[in-house]
Structure formats: structure tokens, C-alpha cells
Design a protein around this ligand. Sequence first.
Ligand SMILES: [Cu+2]
Length: 120
Amino acid sequence: MQRSTVLLVAAALVAALPPTGFAAGEAPKPAASASSHAGHHPDAGAAVLTSGEVKQVDKSAGKITLKHGPIANLEMPGMTMVFRVKDPALLERVKAGDKVAFAAENLDGTLTLTRLEPAK
Ligand SMILES: [Cu+2]
């Protein structure tokens, strides 16, 4: 009697498990590490500064709209476009209408300002 009671309990537990276990198995996997490109630009200090003019600053989104000259390292002609900034603190030093010098890099597919400073 004792053994069959244990078996019954065990069977009940096993029967209760599949829905839960199945749901856990269906959970999306965590995103793969995004650091795979980190090694391509080991010397960020060597980035060439490009000149531009600030059109709009969006501090809450960490973005800035720049009218920029040709960006050699991105093979990009002059245009007006939105960049993400690597460090939101960069946006504290500039405002719309300012002439700036900046360095832009393609970080995991997003054009990102790694340096931004008022033009001298
Ligand atoms: Cu551009």
C-alpha cells in the first residue's frame, strides 16, 4: 500500500509537469552577445573628426540630428541625419545651431557618435 501511494503521488506530479515544462522550453532565448564587433576598432582615439552643425538635440532619446560633411571612415557623403550618441553626456555640451566636430562609428549596425565637441 505504501509503495502504491508513493507511485500515485509521483504519477500525479509527472502528469502535472508537462504543461509547465513545455512552456519554459518555449521561452525565447536571451539575445546573443552584442560584443562581436568590439575588436574591429581597438583604437577609438584615432577616429578622424568630421565637422557638422547641430540641427536638433533629443536628450531623452540619446539622439542628435546633424548636418555633416563627408565622413571618411563611414564612406558617407555630406547630409543631414540622426545619430545615436554613445554617451548621453555628450549632448550636454551642444545645442541646435552649434558648429561641432564629431567622430562617428558604425557600432553593431547603428551609426553612433563616439566623440562630440564644439568646433574651435
Ligand atoms: Cu550621414
